[in-house]
Design a protein around this ligand. Structure first.
Ligand SMILES: Nc1ncnc2c1ncn2[C@@H]1O[C@H](COP(=O)(O)OP(=O)(O)OP(=O)(O)O)[C@@H](O)[C@H]1O
Ligand SMILES: [Mg+2]
Length: 246
């Protein structure tokens, strides 16, 4: 599914102040491709993912799935089709297995057997027997992978990943990169992947967007960006010299 943002602005009211977190943002994420979303801390990356899932409301512009405004899609349906793996995962009460089956049991028809959570744990390289553990007994990196497993169990068409490897070591990060790249190709997923790791972005992404202070400063093929950014902000970002904050 193609995801497009067209001239999107998003403001939050805080005390007496209006904070503009996204300013006239336009970008497109293509079917079966990984789109790296880059930008210094506070540039609006998580906010942008929340807007796609309607966890934040936009004031201007339009977000579309295959050309259809997301406000015209039932919000539960939208969140099933667009899987979001949050920066800091939040779990529902219950075991790892129950968390993984949460989505499928909501959507399943009466006579359909639910998937085996062990398969999803294996997919993200976790011990399948951990289905009976409580998520909070796992490490940060393990929790991130349970969160991904739970999202994949919903069979999403779009995958929004917010720094999914930030708590993983190099081996586990590489495994996750390969897993998502393969899923993306095999299931024709559209992936938007937030990362602070430019080397990771270069390895995984076909397309990219660089956000800076809520604005898009670079958008296009990842190869072109990594070969030579077209803006001062882009060059500063690759040199590790682009500061954060709105
Ligand atoms: N509820 C809120 N109230 C006030 N400001 C907020 C709120 N949520 C986000 N912001 C501000 O909006 C800006 C964008 O935040 P966001 O979380 O989208 O950034 P980010 O690019 O994901 O950063 P990071 O890389 O640190 O995760 C930040 O300056 C943040 O402080
Ligand atoms: Mg963030």
């Amino acid at each position: 599914m193609k995801v497009e943002l067209i001239n999107v602005s998003l403001r939050l009211r805080q005390d007496t102040q209006d904070l503009e977190l996204l300013k006239e943002v336009s970008l497109g994420a293509r079917l079966g491709m990984i789109h790296a979303l880059l930008g210094p801390s506070g540039s609006g990356k998580s906010t942008l993912l929340y807007a796609i899932n309607r966890l934040r409301q936009i004031q201007h512009g339009e977000i579309t799935l295959d050309g259809k405004d997301i406000r015209q899609v039932n919000v539960f349906e939208l969140r099933r089709r667009i899987g979001l793996v949050m920066q800091k995962p939040i779990f529902f009460p219950g075991t790892v297995g129950e968390n993984i089956l949460y989505g499928p049991s909501l959507w399943a028809k009466d006579n359909v057997t639910l998937p085996d959570p062990k398969l999803y744990l294996e997919l993200v390289q976790l011990d399948p027997d951990w289905e009976s553990r409580e998520p909070h007994t796992l490490s940060g990196g393990q929790q991130q992978r349970v969160a991904l497993a739970r999202t994949l169990a919903n069979n999403p068409e779009v995958l929004l990943l917010d720094e999914p490897t930030s708590a993983l070591d190099a081996q586990a990060s590489e495994h996750l990169e390969t897993l998502v790249s393969n899923l993306c190709r095999e299931r024709e997923l559209t992936v938007i992947w937030v990362t602070h790791d430019v080397h990771q972005a270069e390895r995984i992404a076909q397309d990219m967007t660089l956000l800076y202070r809520g604005r898009v400063v670079e958008h296009g093929p990842a190869k072109r960006f990594f070969a030579g950014p077209s803006t001062d902000e882009g060059r500063a970002y690759l040199a590790g010299k682009l500061g954060g904050k709105l």
